[in-house]
Design a protein around this ligand. Structure first.
Ligand code: PYC
Length: 404
């Protein structure tokens, strides 16, 4: 009998699709699931379906390098991601799901006078918004990352770093599962293996969503499909200024604890952290060609290892276990496209490039508010699609180590 009252470990088994929902969310990744969760939590909206073409978290949410931070370049960006980190801080407790969030700190290395200048500027913008972020020098870097090579003999000697203590890593699958279970407990329906094949429109609105399991009516449609955003939005007749690229990453075999901070080098286009399992997680720059083909390359492995060994020569004999690629949807200013579109009841979360995972909770919360109130929250107003027509770009160019 007690079994009956035990909370569900994950989410309910898939049901039949209903003929209509108040809100249909396309994309069962971190953004779509967070939106579903906050629709119920903040606004009591539960007649919601999340449609995922494969399995929950099979897209960008399960392919990123798990880094969270808010040390962005623009006030609009830094303010926004700061709210996200703050929500992440309370999420394990709120979702009753251990997300393994480790605020171990984030170091962006500077290898030139120019980089030192850029980092000092970023620290200034961050600190004006109350974000903990400062320029530090080799002595302090050595204390934070004793295993890292800091001598002047390196190809790119380290002159300093932007240090961001609240940054860190979180278990990405757990974030997805936690939001999915939270949304499910609130009554939201999660439909995996449900591919959206078309959107029907009338009088400037989306009226129905066509899927491989039938057509459903929708009051509001949210597109949260990351790398596939251009395709989803095209179905609604919305054209986005996005190009799609792949980003690759890999992990080594597990090692004893070696690195207790996230290390990023913009000049070498590499970011390095150690997972809770002990693997060294390595990421590199975005591939410059546009593609939807998530195929890894040998060149990526060679380059990411070459740069990592510049900083950690002791890893020379460590084996790479796995590598993977994910899709990134890049906008011209490297900031997202978030909120309403010219189609009245069709809203988007798109254009994240490599920043999407960091933003999941605040995207979910603000999109839920937009749906519930029909008003754009002030925090996301700078990221409206119209900015590209009104020349109001929010440039996050070079706010990451991924050649954008
Ligand atoms: O912006 O922190 C970042 C990041 C890491 C990997 C891709 N982007």
């Amino acid at each position: 009998m007690r079994e009956l009252f035990r909370p569900r470990r994950m989410w309910r088994r898939q049901q039949e699709l209903k003929s209509s929902y108040d809100v249909v969310i396309v994309g069962g990744g971190s953004h779509g699931l967070a939106a579903a969760y906050y629709l119920k939590r903040d606004h009591g909206i539960r007649n919601v379906a999340v449609l995922e073409q494969r399995y929950i978290g099979s897209g960008a949410a399960g392919r990123n390098t798990t880094i969270l931070r808010s040390n962005y370049k623009t006030p609009e960006g830094a303010r926004f991601y700061d709210q996200s980190v703050k929500l992440y801080e309370g999420l394990s407790q709120e979702l009753e799901f251990n997300l393994l969030f480790s605020q171990c700190g984030h170091l962006t290395l500077a290898h030139s006078d120019r980089a030192m200048f850029v980092m000092a500027n970023r620290a200034e913008v961050n600190r004006q918004l109350g974000i903990d972020s400062r320029l530090i020098y080799p002595e302090e870097i050595r204390r934070l990352a004793p295993a890292m090579r800091l001598d002047q003999g390196a190809t790119f000697p380290v002159m300093g770093a932007l240090y961001h203590p609240p940054g860190g890593i979180i278990r990405h699958d757990a974030v997805v599962w936690g939001f999915a279970r939270g949304a499910d407990r609130g009554g939201v329906e999660l439909h995996q293996n449900t591919e959206v094949t078309g959107l029907e429109r009338a009088n400037g609105r989306v009226t129905a969503v066509r899927t491989n399991r039938g057509t459903i009516k929708a009051g509001v449609v949210l597109s949260c499909t990351a790398g596939w955003s251009s395709e989803t939005c095209r179905m609604a007749g919305v054209s986005l200024p996005i190009t799609t690229h792949i980003l690759q990453a890999c992990v080594t075999e597990p090692l004893k604890p070696l690195l207790d901070v996230v290390v990023v080098s913009s000049q070498m286009h590499v970011y390095i952290s150690q997972t809770d399992r002990g693997e060294i997680l390595l990421g590199a720059e975005i591939e410059p060609w546009t593609t939807y083909r998530m195929q890894g390359t040998l060149n990526f492995l060679q380059e990411v290892c070459r740069h990592t060994l510049e900083l950690f020569p002791q890893l020379e004999r460590v084996r790479i276990l796995r590598s993977w690629a994910g899709l990134c949807d890049l906008t011209p200013d490297y900031s997202p496209i978030l909120g309403a579109t010219e189609v009245e009841n069709f809203h988007v979360s798109a254009g994240w490039g490599t920043y999407g995972f960091k933003a999941a909770p605040i995207v979910g919360k603000t999109l839920a508010e937009l749906v519930a109130t029909n008003k754009t929250p002030e925090l996301i107003a700078p990221f409206a699609l119209e900015r590209f027509y009104e020349d109001r770009l929010v440039s996050e160019l070079a706010a990451a180590a991924v050649s954008h």
